[in-house]
Design a protein around this ligand. Sequence first.
Ligand SMILES: [Zn+2]
Length: 201
Amino acid sequence: MHVYPGDPGFATESVVTVGSDSNYALSRLTFGTHTGTHLDPPAHFFSGAMTVDQVPLETLVGPAVVVEVPDSRAVTEQFLIEHPLPVGTQRVLFKTANGALWDKPKFQRRFVFIDEGAAKHLAAFGVRLAGIDYLSAEQYGARQPVTHWALLGAGTVILEGIDLRAVSPGQYTLVCLPLKIVGGDGAPARAILIQGEAGDE
Ligand SMILES: [Zn+2]
């Protein structure tokens, strides 16, 4: 598993195994709150703001559009202007060249990010959830977390570390269920796309 530099790594350790001493198995997991596919709530960058357990299920579950972005550097505002989101889009997942990075042996610093202009555009559009297919929506090494500020500051949550390699662009129903960590600044999530739209909203 790729781990963002500075984040705690992932470890699993067997505590009890089925055998002569025990009839059940149990393990201990250790990982950062921003491990693998995970959700960033506003509290990731704003103290006192919405924490991961407070993100409404209505934000996390519902129609979503997967948009393919050919730009190998960033999702830009210009791209979003030239490829407008369907009216009323509340959840958007960007499928980029990042997909190929998951095959590398470790974390890659050069990944496609959502630039500040695009982030502001998405927030102004009313998108509730924006997703990107590598471990951060922010440019690696950015002097300031402008993308996170723009999205989270507007209450738009960010789904990071999604794997869209097997997903074609189009309309889906997203079901994204982050661990309900009380007061959490983030949480790993099981996020799936179901073909076809939910129909209402
Ligand atoms: Zn994160």
